[in-house]
Structure formats: structure tokens, C-alpha cells
Design a protein around this ligand. Structure first.
Ligand code: BGC
Length: 511
């Protein structure tokens, strides 16, 4: 396959094992994903709870009651309410740029701590909200929390992990996201029957936030970040500790070299736009864009609506929580076990094809049942078939674009552009999460069943994009990625010869 360049990493095989210390450290850091997942799952449920709407959005609630449309495509859509929901993603987008500076200048730990702290303040403001202002300010704090965590946690995980299990450890982040979504859906289900249940739903967000705050205080800083900030001795000791061996000279030297190269860079933002970083800039921008264009958040945010249409009645929200949430968690495990063995590309490609097929089937079935006017219903057998395809779609996302959307951008950037690259990744991701939440209901009303084909077309584009342009990065040490670009049929022309040792260039030049 065109993109599957053979990778030569200069023969680097660092010594070391997978230590318990590194596993525990990564587990604690991955908690950052819980915050994001919790929020992704909690808000949709809360904004459909009657007491919450009556208290904060009474006019919206009245309009909702007056809405008597039977068109299944054109569900009640209020921009103010969706804007409230998605304001968090805008706040996260802005925060990711500040987080980049904190992460680079002060380390990964302070960024994670701040992420937890912001989220804690936001959860408390929301849980105790007495007016809309408190609610919105709380949401902005939550957004800052998500921005800080999503910027720093994936970098932290990729830097701590030994190359051979970097994928699995990094996917701990996505694993926590999916657990956060599942947990929050179940909490919503339990609280939705109580008058002040929404306070519990919003306030419980404080729990993962406290876990992350306390956890991040106990964590150690990554060797890469210590060297970046001049603490060489500490960095070497840390490297020995996390690799479980004293023989870390080669890896340590590579980190020092990477740091020296990075210190020559004055402005990481300007730097990442330079020609030699074109591959990283491309993937840090397109991977999050494509991840959102898979349409996954249509399922995550609107599953209860979708399941009601499918005829699950009053159990729709519980069913959607348990079924899609459960599949999401379990299928993420598949990628934990496969990503370092079979690589990133195969997961991307298989996941893409599976999502494509599922979207086409779902689109055809909905089109045949609801036609253009949106009138109709499914019988039990049809609903079951549809459900199977929705689950297969969620599973495909969960072992491909879900985890890899966070893993790949965090492992491809060299130190001098890492914080900036990850900030771009988070910002683009948040922007399109926001955009899709905002326009989904009106898109469905206009494109009808064609909406599924719309997302299918994007999945086709992104799968071709990966097939031709993404090289395999499994088992390649983070600071050795230049070899990967240099051996790729398309990206090699962007990488100057001095980016890899002369011996490598002469070996390539040989017939
Ligand atoms: C995405 C989210 C999505 C979640 C679903 C994450 O990787 O960034 O937008 O809701 O996966 O599990």
C-alpha cells in the first residue's frame, strides 16, 4: 500500500522493560480522559431533563411542549440550548492554546493539575447553580479543564511509555473517555427521575476532577519535559526509573539531542508552519477534523432521540447508554491489544471500511422506512437489524478513529513542535465537535436519510487519506519519527537531509 512505507529507525532499540511504575503512572494520567468523557455523556441527558429546562430555559421548554411535528427527521431544535451545550467546546478550544504554553514551559504535570482544578470549579458551579450565569460560567471552566487535559494527557502518556507499548498506554486516555461516557449516561438515567437530579449529574463531575488533581500531584514529570526545562540529572534518573534499567544512555542521548534541537526554536507556533513540519501540521489538523466527520457524536449526543425513533419507548435513554456506551468501552479494548501488534494503519483502514458499510446500510434502511417526508416506524425485527449496524459502527470507531485520533497526533511531533501540534489537534477537534453538535439537528431536517450518506462520504475520503498518506508509526520511538517521514513516498521531500543522521541518507542513496 502506498502509505505503508517500510520504516527504518536507525536501528534504535532502547533497553528497558514495562515497569509497574510506568503502568500506574499512565493509569493515573489517563484519568484526564474521564473528565472529557463525563462531560460528553452528561450534558445531552441533563438538557432534556424537565426540571432543568423549567428552571434555566423556561421559554425553550414551552416551545418544546408546543412542538407537535410528527416528522421524524425534524426534531425540536433550539440553537440557544445547543449553544449552551457546545460552549464548553469553544472554551476548550481557546484553553488548548494556553495549555500548550503551560505544558512546554512548566511541564505536563501542572497542565494536568490545572485541567483537573478548572473542571472541579466548573462542576461545583454547575451542581450548585442558581441562575443561568452560574451555569454558563461553570461550563466555561469545564471547557478550560477539558482543553488543558486533552492537550497534556496524550503527550504525557506518549512520552512516558516505552515505544513498544506506547499505543496501548496512550489508548488508556480513550478508554477513560469511553468509561466517562458510559458512567455519565448511567448516572443520568438514575437521576432523571428526581427533581434535583440534574444537580447530582452535573456535580458528580467533581469526582473525576478531584481524582485527577490529587493524582497529578503524585505523578512524576516526563524525562522529555525535564530535559526540555534543563533538569538533566533528574531526567536521567527518571528515565532509569520508568524503564527499570540503568542502561538508558542511548535513549537519554536522543532525548537530549531532541531537546537541543528544540531549544534553537524561538517560536513553536511559527515553527510548525515550516516546510519540514508539513506532515505533522497536516496530521494534527486533519486527523481531528476527520475524527469528528465520522459522525460519531451524532450517536453520542443524540442516541436517546435515535433510539426513541427506533421504537425503544421510555427505555430509550437507558438502552442507548448501555448498548452504545458498552460497545464503545469494549471495542476500545480491541485497539489496546492490537495497536502495537498490528499497527495504526490497519486499524484506521479496517475501522473506516466498517463504518462506511454501516452508515450506508443505516441510511438505506432509514430512507426506505421514513422516505422523504419522515413519516413511518420500524417493526421489532427491523429495529434490531438497525441496532446491530449502529453497534458495529460504534465498535469500528472505538477501535480506530476514536483512540487513534488522540494517539497519532501526540506521537508524531518532535519535541520542538509537540505542544503546538497537540494544541492544534485539540482546537480542531473541539471546533468540529462544537460545529456538529450545533448543526446536526438542522442537517438531519434538511438532508434527511441522506445525512448518513454525507458522513459515509467523509469516511471514504478519510480512509483514502490514511491509505496514501499516513506511514506506520508503531514501535517507533517518539524522538525518532523523522526516519518515518524520510522513508515515506510522499513526505520524504519535505524532510531535509540534516533531519536524520548522514549514515541514514547514504544507506538510502545506495542502489
Ligand atoms: C472523540 C469524541 C467522542 C468519543 C467517543 C473521542 O475520541 O474525541 O468526540 O465523543 O471519542 O468515544
Amino acid at each position: 500500500m502506498a502509505g505503508g512505507a517500510h520504516i527504518e529507525t536507525g536501528g534504535r532499540h532502547y533497553e528497558g522493560e514495562v515497569t509497574a511504575f510506568v503502568l500506574i503512572t499512565c493509569f493515573v494520567a489517563a484519568m484526564g480522559g474521564l473528565l472529557f468523557g463525563y462531560d460528553l455523556g452528561i450534558t445531552g441527558g441533563v438538557t432534556s431533563m424537565e426540571p432543568f429546562l423549567v428552571k434555566f430555559f423556561p421559554t425553550v421548554y414551552k416551545q418544546m411542549l408546543d412542538d407537535s411535528s410528527t416528522n421524524q427527521y425534524c426534531k425540536f431544535d433550539n440553537q440557544l440550548l445547543t449553544l449552551f451545550t457546545s460552549s464548553l467546546y469553544l472554551a476548550a478550544l481557546i484553553a488548548s492554546f494556553f495549555a500548550a504554553t503551560t505544558t512546554r514551559l512548566f511541564g505536563r504535570k501542572p497542565s494536568m493539575f490545572l485541567g483537573g482544578l478548572f473542571f472541579l470549579i466548573g462542576a461545583l458551579l454547575n451542581g450548585f447553580a442558581i441562575n443561568v450565569e452560574m451555569l454558563i460560567i461553570g461550563r466555561i471552566f469545564l471547557g478550560f479543564g477539558v482543553g488543558y487535559c486533552n492537550q497534556s494527557v496524550p503527550i504525557y502518556l506518549s512520552e512516558m511509555a516505552p515505544a513498544k507499548i506506547r499505543g496501548a498506554l496512550n489508548i488508556g486516555f480513550q478508554m477513560m473517555i469511553t468509561l466517562g461516557i458510559l458512567g455519565s449516561n448511567l448516572i443520568n438515567y438514575a437521576t432523571s427521575r428526581h427533581k434535583n437530579g440534574w444537580r447530582v449529574s452535573l456535580g458528580v463531575g467533581a469526582v473525576p476532577a478531584i481524582l485527577l488533581c490529587v493524582g497529578s500531584l503524585c505523578l512524576e514529570e516526563t524525562p522529555n519535559s525535564l530535559i526540555e526545562r534543563g533538569q538533566h540529572v533528574k531526567a536521567k534518573t527518571m528515565l532509569q526509573k520508568i524503564r527499570g534499567t540503568n542502561n538508558v544512555d542511548e535513549e537519554y542521548q536522543d532525548l537530549v539531542d531532541a531537546s537541543e534541537a528544540a531549544s534553537k526554536v524561538e517560536n513553536p507556533w511559527k515553527n510548525i508552519t515550516r516546510r519540514r513540519y508539513r506532515p505533522q501540521l497536516t496530521f494534527c489538523s486533519f486527523i481531528p477534523f476527520f475524527q469528528q466527520l465520522t459522525g460519531i457524536n451524532v450517536i453520542m449526543f443524540y442516541a436517546p432521540v435515535l433510539f426513541t425513533i427506533l421504537g425503544f419507548g421510555s427505555d430509550a435513554s437507558l438502552m442507548s447508554a448501555v448498548i452504545t456506551g458498552g460497545v464503545n468501552v469494549l471495542a476500545t479494548l480491541v485497539s489496546v491489544f492490537c495497536v502495537d501488534k498490528f499497527g495504526r494503519r490497519i486499524l484506521f483502514l479496517e475501522g473506516g471500511i466498517q463504518m462506511l458499510v454501516c452508515q450506508i446500510v443505516v441510511g438505506i434502511m432509514i430512507g426506505m422506512k421514513f422516505g422523504l417526508n419522515g413519516q413511518g416506524s420500524f417493526n421489532k425485527g427491523e429495529a434490531d437489524i438497525l441496532l446491530v449496524f449502529i453497534c458495529l459502527y460504534v465498535a469500528a470507531f472505538a477501535w480506530s478513529w476514536g483512540p487513534l485520533g488522540w494517539l497519532v497526533p501526540s506521537e508524531i511531533c518532535s519535541l520542538e513542535i509537540r505542544a503546538a501540534g497537540q494544541a492544534i489537534n485539540v482546537a480542531v477537534n473541539m471546533f468540529f465537535t462544537f460545529g456538529i453538535a450545533q448543526v446536526f439537528l438542522s442537517l438531519l431536517c434538511h438532508l434527511k436519510f441522506g445525512l448518513f450518506f454525507f458522513f459515509a462520504a467523509w469516511v471514504l475520503v478519510m480512509t483514502i487519506f490514511i491509505a496514501f498518506l499516513l506511514p506506520e508509526t508503531k514501535n517507533v520511538p517518539v524522538e525518532e519519527m523523522n526516519y518515518v517521514w524520510k522513508s515515506h513516498w510522499f513526505w520524504n521531500k519535505y524532510i531535509p537531509d540534516d533531519a536524520v543522521p548522514p549514515a541514514y541518507n547514504s544507506s538510502k542513496a545506495a542502489p
